[in-house]
Design a protein around this ligand. Structure first.
Ligand code: IMP
Length: 181
């Protein structure tokens, strides 16, 4: 139903996502084998990815969420506003930022700088998706699930006007319907 309504085209299947999440979870479990990292998910988009990632990890870990809003405005230099902060104390902790997608890179840059300011032991950045043709970053994303073209995508936590987050795969929207916002 939803797929037809919005004319969705599958970009990454649920099976491919599952496999990649398993690989990243295994990498993180190895990297922090003697530690208890804290995963910090960026709301709302990362909630499904974080849940699946955490359930596939084989080491002890904790989690928290932060909510940010970005305003691109008229120019390319948008700003990011903090909507909900983490409640955990991350000083001296191994922090793993979990993002759904890095587009311009503004959100992840803001968060990385903010969390680094709290003196964690380390900061690792994980993003399920990345649009490398768009992203303007002066640091590496440590783990990228999939590099994708600069198209608008939905599903597996990512939304279009707050909808379609529940879809099991990642889809490209080929027709945006302005009546469904
Ligand atoms: P950035 O700050 O430009 O990197 O944007 C990151 C945020 O924009 C993500 O956390 C998403 O919430 C949103 N976003 C960027 N591209 C897409 C997309 O293709 N589909 C859905 N949300 C997106």
């Amino acid at each position: 139903m939803i797929a037809e309504k919005y004319n969705l085209e599958t970009l990454i299947s649920a099976e491919e996502i599952k496999q990649r999440v398993k690989e990243i979870a295994a990498d993180l479990s190895r990297k922090f084998s003697d530690e208890v990292p804290i995963l910090i998910g960026i709301l709302n988009g990362s909630f499904i990815f974080l849940a699946d990632l955490m359930r596939t990890m084989t080491i002890e870990c904790e989690m928290d969420f932060i909510k940010l809003a970005s305003y691109a405005g008229q120019s390319s230099t948008g700003t990011v506003k903090l909507v909900k902060d983490i409640s955990a104390d991350i000083t001296g902790r191994h922090v793993v930022i979990v993002e759904d997608i890095v587009d311009s890179g503004l959100t992840i840059k803001f968060l990385r700088d903010r969390l680094t300011g709290a003196a964690p032991k380390s900061v690792t950045v994980v993003s399920l998706l990345m649009k490398p043709e768009v992203a303007d970053l002066d640091f590496e994303i440590d783990y990228v699930g999939f590099k994708i073209p600069p198209d608008f995508v939905v599903g597996y936590g990512l939304d279009y006007n707050q909808k379609m987050r529940q879809l099991p795969a990642i889809y490209r929207i080929t027709e945006l319907d302005s009546n469904n916002g």
